[in-house]
Design a protein around this ligand. Structure first.
Ligand SMILES: [Zn+2]
Length: 458
């Protein structure tokens, strides 16, 4: 029986997963900054770690999953000012939207979702410890900085050294810092900005200290697995290591995992290139019944350490493939399975692939083989196994008939809206045409006195 191996970014090697406490796994993932809807690249990262959490659960680990919410940040303050709304109103609205979109992607809710503004105490404690240990200092401008040269292992995750980094022309020299690479732990309050009082004066936390303080508070060090997008390795995760290991004097994280980028038509997604999509944009354009699972499957069918290229065609292809699985499950009703028999050859191959650093391309090839056999043999037991294996990674759990029929409801609603607009514009011919079209699909409309139109199947 294979054991789980994870590629550790810190060592650049696949290592057997040995949790700090037998049978338990702790996982921290860097979450969203809630100033806007999250973009589709973040959606891939969150989906990858959702898969990791589900698989750890399948292997029998008792998982504690923490994903933070950054609710104080320059981008948030700027956006709230632009919108003319209070910061809390903006962040609350975006947290709600985040939850809705995560649910559409069938992402499990983390056990704890710490919000930065509620952990100022633990952050200040850590900053004070760093100052006492000589790893932090107060700048002339009132900010508190981390002194990177005082932490000899700085750069060990991203394998950069300080001299090379300093030579980089993008490193801005700042008079308040002893070293241009030093980063702010605490930012002195500026007029009109949210502030908390502290021994360093009124201010607010830097971004990096949030994750160190919240992860150590919720999970304790060393955390088994810390995850995030590829781009967070430097400086964010490097800084997290410097802060946490500097303050605690012990190892911070045992396994670092990073999900590769999602590119748009072979280009890196960016606002300036105009190819920047939110997960919500993409989901809204997809079928309301199929779209969430289609996007989820699209995200995870490639290996998480490989970049994935987003095109309309590749997304449609993911939908078609998923549809073929559901077609099989409609034709051959899956038998109920109490527990997966891991000695079954398909199940064993699937498990081996997933245990090999979450090798989803191989795992899906096993599901394809299994589907072929279900089609040939019409075995309800094998169909049940197909559904159960899909379920370990959050796929294939919908009613096949409903999935394959798709989101007829949305079309009906859109047509009802169009009909009501036509009536308002006194275009009764068009309104009638829509009603007849829907009747031909066996959908009957009923206009209520309050102006609402209801519909039902004939
Ligand atoms: Zn983080």
């Amino acid at each position: 029986m294979s054991a789980l191996h994870i590629h550790n970014t810190l060592t650049r090697k696949k290592e057997p997963f040995v949790p700090r406490a037998p049978g338990k796994a702790s996982l921290y993932v860097c979450g969203p900054t809630v100033y806007d809807y999250f973009h589709i690249g973040n959606a891939r990262t969150f989906t990858v770690f959702d898969l990791v959490v589900r698989w750890l659960g399948t292997l029998g680990y008792e998982v504690k999953y923490v994903r933070n919410i950054t609710d104080i940040d320059d981008k948030i303050m700027d956006r709230a000012r632009e919108n003319g709304e209070p910061i809390e109103a903006l962040t609350e609205r975006m947290v709600q939207a985040f939850e809705v979109d995560c649910a559409r992607l069938n992402l499990l809710k983390p056990d704890v979702e710490p919000r930065a503004t509620r952990y100022i105490g633990p952050m200040l404690e850590m900053i004070e410890t760093l100052e006492t240990k000589g790893l932090a200092y107060r700048g002339a401008n009132g900010d508190v900085y981390y002194s990177v040269r005082s932490f000899p292992e700085y750069g060990k995750l991203s394998r950069r050294n300080l001299d090379e980094l300093r030579a980089g022309d993008r490193v801005a020299v700042d008079a308040a810092k002893r070293d241009p690479l030093d980063f702010a732990l605490w930012k002195a309050a500026k007029p009109g900005e949210p502030r908390w009082s502290s021994v360093f004066g009124d201010g607010r936390p830097g971004w990096h200290i949030e994750c160190s303080a919240m992860s150590c508070r919720e999970l304790g060090a060393p955390i088994d697995i810390h995850g995030g997008g590829w781009d967070l390795q430097f400086p964010h995760h490097e800084n997290e290591i410097a802060q946490s290991e500097g303050a605690l004097g012990t190892r911070f994280v045992n396994y670092w995992m990073h999900a590769a980028f999602l590119n748009m038509d072979h280009e890196k997604m960016s606002k300036s290139l105009g190819n920047f999509f939110t997960a919500r944009d993409v989901l809204d354009r997809l079928d309301p019944v199929q779209g969430g699972e289609q996007l989820r499957f699209f995200f995870v069918r490639g290996h998480y350490r490989n970049e994935v290229n987003y095109t309309q065609e590749s997304l449609a292809d993911a939908g078609n493939t998923l549809g073929s699985f559901y077609t099989t499950l409609r034709e051959v009703a899956p038998g109920e399975i109490a527990a997966i028999d891991w000695s079954d050859p398909y199940a064993a191959r699937f498990r081996d692939a997933m245990n090999d650093d979450f090798d989803t391309p191989i795992a899906f090839s096993v599901l394809h083989d299994l589907r072929g056999e279900v089609n040939r043999t019409r075995s309800t037991a094998l169909a049940g196994l197909l559904k159960a294996l899909g379920g370990t990674i959050g796929l294939l759990q919908q009613d096949p008939e409903r999935f394959l029929q798709g989101g007829i409801e949305l079309d009906v609603r859109a047509l009802i809206d169009e009909r009501n607009a036509a009536k308002k514009a006194r275009n009764f011919a068009r309104a009638d045409e829509i009603r007849k079209h829907l009747e031909s699909k066996e959908i009957l409309l009923e206009d209520k006195p309050d102006g609402i139109t209801e519909w039902r199947k004939k």
